[in-house]
Design a protein around this ligand. Structure first.
Ligand code: MTE
Ligand code: HPA
Ligand code: MOS
Length: 758
């Protein structure tokens, strides 16, 4: 396989040629749609008057929930979310009206003239408070292994505590949005910036009250999704589609950055309790945790995210007795949603905090406890899956070996001894992440391949390109299978009429699922071509055939046939040159009634060593290095995979150290723009970012044995939290620093001097 292909979109990205929703040439008569959203986090709408606004110049119509032709419902997992608020509002930023205008300025002027009165109801922003009042979005879940109560009694050491992890804004460069126009037979076509074309299709059909066959969704590409467009793109698709369908004109609905930040959900913040028990040899015997997930005002994907938190509650550790519970709490915030890791990072932060707590209290080095309890082949995850092809210890041992952990520790100790106002800290962060949608049903995909009569190829799959490089991988699959140049192949947009019933591009599984479906389609065509050669061209059933570099080899010898003339002859003989491929991940299963099964096709492993320096006068810090050994399997595209690793790590560091989503008590987003919400920039990227590929065979369930890579690296970023915390403790050993992420410079400064013993 050609592993030098890199990312096929790179040149177009950097020269501004890539086409996003707002770049699509629009049709004459296009309308702009602006959303009027709730200024209050919880209340009853007592009056709303938009008559004056509707009369303003350039305003075509103002639509409310009463104008929705079908169902006013967009909830994916649980039907608990209206598209437009009816009589109550449940979060600040909740859409209430659609302002339809000839141009954007007119819509903005009209919004100012809308008069609304809302009777205030109590606002809850804290998940524990919501839980105390019985406000849950979905049934609570619990995973049990062994018997914790009995085993805690036998533990020599027990530690208990609380952790907090904050939200995170996806901050895709391209905001949400859609462009729609009416088509024949009361149908509609939508160009959407979504990870889930079928999700948009299903939602729009429901809102319009029509069959899914009347809704066509087309996705050229995304300027990033990061989970934020797995479910939440649907509302924007529905706004544009509803206007196009009702008014029979093209319509575009694309929020500005501040509107997007205010109205859409983010990574779920978690508040958690833990209890960890160890024996005298530092074996972790029992672990108990309770997770209070801040779900926001509607379920969205939170129930599924909650489940993945439980799946990853013990990260890379083998613990014989586990009891973990999770509650999805309903608050008056925008519905929180998927973000890279999908609840996994939130669960892993808690176990790492628990182990860190134990180590600090026992005065042993954290990595001794981590390594001692590392998972291995034959162990059982708390959800019943048996550990296979485990690379946890391999990654850890290779990382500590090649990055020479013992000498790093000495250098850090020496540095800290020599420097009064600069302190260094390090941490080791292992990751074990399960690959597959946790909902078994979603692990299926399809692909459509056309070989045109001139030998060029068109490929459609359900995969959405959002910067992660899946199109490059799809190209490699087709080119490798056919034995032809990637230059002969075009990757088509993701479209629901070409490939139906797609799962969203998510769960890091896009390349595996769609790549295997594509392989199936290509193989069908290839088999037809080979049997055509045998029966029509050479009349020899026993020969072996292969296509390499577009030349047909028969019994290992180059023949007179090449790809182009083969296709021409096959077409003349009326051979079918198109195929539809299908793939459903084998083996996986999960029984929710007992919370046991084999939910993941395989796991991805790795270990990161993070080193930071804290400025102990200012509370600022720098990440000196993140050095990783990562299990890519047999990487099919090293450039893309490396990019995913680097991007994921920086995003994880952002979540753990600087990105602070802040709502006030009235549920108003204070970190509502890039001036108040700090994301990592080039200066906060670790000065050294070293990623070593662990050499393994890979896994057959991964496409070409190249393991999924989209989400796992984000969790290496958790190491930055602990490294910074350790540096603070090097300055002030009595520092009282809660396990509360992100560890911002403010928190660092408080830790350095409060209580001050130095
Ligand atoms: N990388 C880029 N550049 N942009 C993205 O939006 N999304 C991440 C990850 N990497 C994302 C990304 C998330 S949340 C997931 S689940 C995976 O990519 C999805 O793509 P994959 O299944 O092809 O890995
Ligand atoms: N991961 C990501 N997205 C999802 C999942 C999952 O496990 N389940 C449903 N959507
Ligand atoms: Mo990714 S959070 O599964 O879109």
């Amino acid at each position: 396989m050609d592993n030098t292909i890199g990312n096929i979109d790179a040149a177009n990205h950097v020269t501004g040629r890539s086409i996003y929703v707002d770049d699509i040439p629009v049709m004459e008569g296009m309308l702009y749609v602006k959303v009027f959203d709730s200024p209050i986090a919880h209340g009853r709408i007592t009056s709303i008057d938009f008559s004056a606004a509707e009369q303003m110049e350039g305003i075509v119509k103002i639509l409310s929930y009463k104008d929705i032709p079908g169902e006013n419902q967009i909830g994916g997992i649980i039907p608990d979310e209206p598209l437009l608020a009816d009589n109550e509002v449940h979060f600040r930023g909740q859409p209430i009206l659609l302002i339809v205008a000839e141009n954007e300025d007119a819509a903005e002027e009209a919004i100012k003239e809308i008069k609304i009165e809302i009777e205030l109801l109590p606002v809850i922003t804290d998940p524990r408070m919501a839980f105390a009042q019985g406000k849950l979005l979905s049934p609570s879940r619990k995973f049990v292994k062994g018997d914790v109560s009995e085993s805690f009694a036998a533990c020599k050491y027990i530690f208990e505590g609380t952790t907090e992890s904050g939200g995170q804004e996806q901050l895709y460069l391209e905001t949400q949005g859609a462009y729609a126009y009416p088509t024949e037979h009361d149908s509609v076509k939508i160009f959407s910036s979504t990870q889930g074309p079928t999700q948009v299709q299903r939602t729009v059909a429901r809102v319009l009250g029509v069959g899914m066959n009347k809704v066509e969704v087309d996705v050229p590409r995304l300027g990033g999704g990061f989970g934020g467009k797995e479910d939440q793109a649907s509302a924007w698709g529905a706004f544009a589609a509803m206007v196009a369908w009702i008014l029979k004109r093209p319509a575009k609905c694309i929020p500005h950055r501040m509107e997007d930040m205010r109205m859409t959900g983010k990574r779920n913040p978690y508040s958690s309790d833990y209890k960890i028990g160890l024996d005298e040899n530092l074996n972790i015997i029992a672990y108990e945790a309770t997770f209070y997930q801040n779900g926001g005002a509607a379920a969205d994907l939170s129930p599924a995210i909650l489940e993945r938190t439980l799946f990853h509650a013990t990260n890379s550790y083998n613990i014989p007795h586990v009891f973990v519970t999770a509650h999805s709490c309903k608050t008056n915030l925008p519905p929180n949603t998927a973000f890279r890791g999908f609840g996994g990072p939130q669960g892993m932060f808690v176990i790492e905090a628990a182990i860190d707590h134990a180590a600090k209290k026992l005065n042993v080095e954290v990595d001794i406890i981590q390594r001692k309890n590392m998972i291995d082949n034959g162990d059982e995850f708390p959800y019943g899956q048996i550990v296979k092809e485990c690379q946890a210890k391999n990654c850890w041992d290779e990382a500590t070996d090649i990055y020479n952990i013992e000498s790093v520790k000495k250098e850090v100790a020496w540095f800290n001894q020599q420097n009064g106002f600069y302190k260094k800290g390090i941490s080791l962060m292992p990751v074990c992440f399960g690959i597959s949608f946790t909902n078994t049903m979603m692990n299926q995909a399809r692909a459509l391949v056309h070989v045109y009569s001139d030998g060029t190829v068109g490929v459609s799959t359900g995969a959405v390109e959002m910067g992660q490089g899946v199109n490059s991988k799809m190209l490699q699959v087709a080119a490798t299978c056919f034995g032809i140049s990637p230059g002969k192949i075009k990757l088509e947009t993701t479209n629901t009429t070409r490939v139906a019933n797609t799962s969203p591009s998510a769960a890091s599984s896009t390349a595996d699922l769609n790549g295997k479906a594509l392989l199936d389609a290509c193989n069908q065509i290839k088999e037809r071509l080979f049997s055509f050669i045998k029966t029509e061209l050479t009349d020899n059933e026993d020969e072996t055939i292969e296509i390499k570099n577009e030349v047909v080899y028969i019994n290992d010898e180059a023949s007179i046939f090449n790809w182009k003339n083969l296709i021409q002859q096959a077409f003349i003989k009326r051979i079918n040159l198109s195929a539809k491929g299908h793939y459903a991940t084998p083996i996986i299963n999960f029984d929710k009634t007992i919370e046991k099964g084999h939910p993941f096709a395989y796991h991805v492993y790795g270990t990161a060593l993070t080193e930071v320096t804290v400025d102990c006068l200012r509370g600022t810090y720098e990440v000196d290095s993140v050095k990783v050994v990562h299990d890519f399997g047999s990487s099919m595209n090293r450039a893309v995979d490396l990019g995913q690793c680097e991007g994921g790590i920086v995003q994880g560091i952002g979540w753990m150290t600087m990105e602070e989503v802040i709502y006030n008590e009235e549920g108003k987003l204070l970190s509502n723009a890039l001036s108040t919400y700090k994301i990592p920039d080039i200066y906060s990227v670790p000065k050294i970012l070293d990623i070593k590929f662990l050499n393994t065979d890979g896994n057959d369930m991964a496409i070409f044995k190249s393991k999924a890579v989209g989400e796992p690296p984000l969790m290496y970023g958790i190491g930055a939290y602990f490294a910074i915390r350790n540096a603070v403790l090097a300055f002030n050993p009595d520092a009282d620093i809660a396990y509360n992420a992100p560890i911002t410079p403010e928190k660092v400064l408080m830790g350095l001097y409060n209580p001050f013993s130095g």
